[in-house]
Design a binder for this molecule. Structure first.
Ligand code: HEM
Length: 438
């Protein structure tokens, strides 16, 4: 491959503790994950490599052209058997996110038709009305709440309503409880990488397996309750993979599609709460609100890292990648690199319109290539609608401490150390809405 300048490679030593990627390295280096990521950024390297065993390495490419190679031009050489996806497989099962080859193409085709923008836009008023109802039910008086769970609930309800026409609060609540429990345990396992938690969670706990079972049963009952001629159910039957195929894909969609948008929404609201002066501007300008979302996706990419595994040997410049090596693509790291986004740690809603401070090729919150996010259009629309409904009715202020870089944990999904709490006060004069000043 052609390179303008030789690749700067930062090598981290082989992990002598567990032979496990990162977990062992973190213990050995005595670092938390945020500190390790700061060190990686400070190294200014183009490629990071962790030696896991003498035969196996883990690579983090930090040049857009290398990421393009892995995800687009040479994507057939890199599959989804990376360590991260192997762990996630226990949650995801077999569906559109984990499938490969013709099986994946089939799911992509069956689901792709639901994610066209015209179709999504045709449901705008119904979905916005649902957001309004939920907000007025939950945020009845000015009070401070942890914002994550509310966004998670709204995102799940919207998605279930959109794709499944599911309007059953009890069912979505049960789905959400199972999903939240699974995620909490998954994050806990990544958060405390010690030999003990590896033993306890390495093969996942009884509680984890139980929750996953509950989640799978719920999806099964949702599919079985669909009329036989429901277009989604009928199309899977016609394709020959029937209800089992649909259940696998739904399981993946619900996992990939609810916590991700909810995560970005909580950080977008956090940034609004820190800068009340911008709330008025976002109420009157849709392009400004859209740029706000882009800047949030840059600084807080919900999927902070995702992986691939090399099917065959490859070379990046002078560097040899061996069959079986793993590769992590890190939107979190790329979006924080000064060379692509000067003054990178500063949130600035004017940045997306300024090509000197914004690199389109380094902006990859939804991945790249054929396996990039199928729900991207839906995510961008729903985040805009939800934020716009919130801003329309409420002034937002911060009621928990500000987040610092070391409070951000870039696991597979981005997590903040402490819950973000916000206070919502009804705006005066909003038509049809009682407010706390009345
Ligand atoms: C802000 C919200 C979201 C972000 C940041 C996000 C991010 C991503 C990323 C980075 C990937 C690529 C992973 C890889 O290449 O290994 C991905 C894939 C995927 N996303 Fe999203 N996503 C979001 C919302 C959604 C929503 C709402 C849905 C469902 C409607 C969804 C469904 C999927 C699926 C099914 C895949 C796998 C696609 C495939 O392998 O063909 N995502 N997403």
């Amino acid at each position: 491959m052609s390179e303008q300048t030789p690749l700067q490679i930062q090598e981290w030593p082989q992990d002598p503790i567990s032979g496990r990627l990162l977990t062992g390295h973190l213990i050995q280096l005595g670092l938390g994950r945020p500190e390790l990521y700061s060190k990686i950024l400070a190294s200014r390297a183009d490629v990071i490599v962790f030696r896991i065993t003498p035969e196996r390495s883990h690579w983090i490419p930090l040049r857009p052209e290398l990421i393009e190679r892995v995800l687009v031009t040479h994507s057939s050489q890199y599959g989804k058997r990376s360590p991260g996806y192997e762990r996630l497989r226990k949650i995801l099962g077999h569906g559109i996110v984990t499938k490969e080859g013709t099986e994946w193409k089939q799911s992509q085709k069956l689901l792709g038709r639901y994610f066209g923008l015209t179709q999504i836009d045709s449901r705008e008023s119904e979905l916005r009305a649902h957001v309004r109802d939920t907000l007025s039910e939950v945020l009845t008086e000015p009070h401070s709440i942890p914002i994550g769970p509310l966004m998670s609930r709204i995102a799940l309800e919207l998605f279930a309503r959109y794709l499944l026409r599911l309007d059953d609060r009890a069912k979505t609540d049960r789905l959400r409880r199972a999903l939240d429990g699974i995620f909490r345990r998954f994050v806990l396992w990544q958060k405390f990488p010690s030999p003990l938690t590896i033993r306890l969670f390495g093969d996942y706990s009884f509680a984890f397996n139980h929750l996953t079972g509950t989640f799978v049963e719920l999806i099964q009952s949702i599919v079985q309750a669909m009329p036989e001629n429901h277009p989604l159910r009928a199309s899977y039957r016609e394709a020959g993979i029937g209800d089992a195929g649909l259940q696998g894909d739904l399981r993946n969609l619900l996992i990939a599609g609810h916590d991700t948008s909810a995560n970005v929404l909580q950080f977008a609201l956090y940034e609004f709460a820190r800068r009340p002066e911008f709330q008025a501007q976002a109420r009157t300008s849709t392009p400004f609100l859209e740029d706000w979302i882009l800047e949030t996706l840059r600084l807080y990419p919900a999927i902070a890292n995702f992986g691939r595994s090399a099917f065959t040997d490859d070379t990046w410049g002078e560097t040899s990648i061996r069959k079986g090596d793993s590769v992590a693509v890190s939107p979190f790291l790329l979006h924080r690199m000064e060379r692509f986004f000067p003054d990178a740690l500063r949130f600035d809603p004017l940045r997306p319109q300024d090509s000197k401070r914004w690199s389109e090729e380094a902006f990859i919150p939804f991945g790249k290539g054929a396996r990039s996010c199928v729900g991207r259009g839906f995510a961008l629309r729903e985040m805009k609608w939800i934020l716009s409904e919130i801003l329309e009715s409420y002034d937002i202020t911060l009621s928990s401490p500000e987040i610092s870089e070391t409070d951000l944990y870039p696991y597979t999904t981005l997590q903040s150390r402490n819950p973000i709490r916000l206070k919502f006060s009804r705006r005066i004069g909003r038509p049809g809405m009682p407010n706390h000043h009345d």
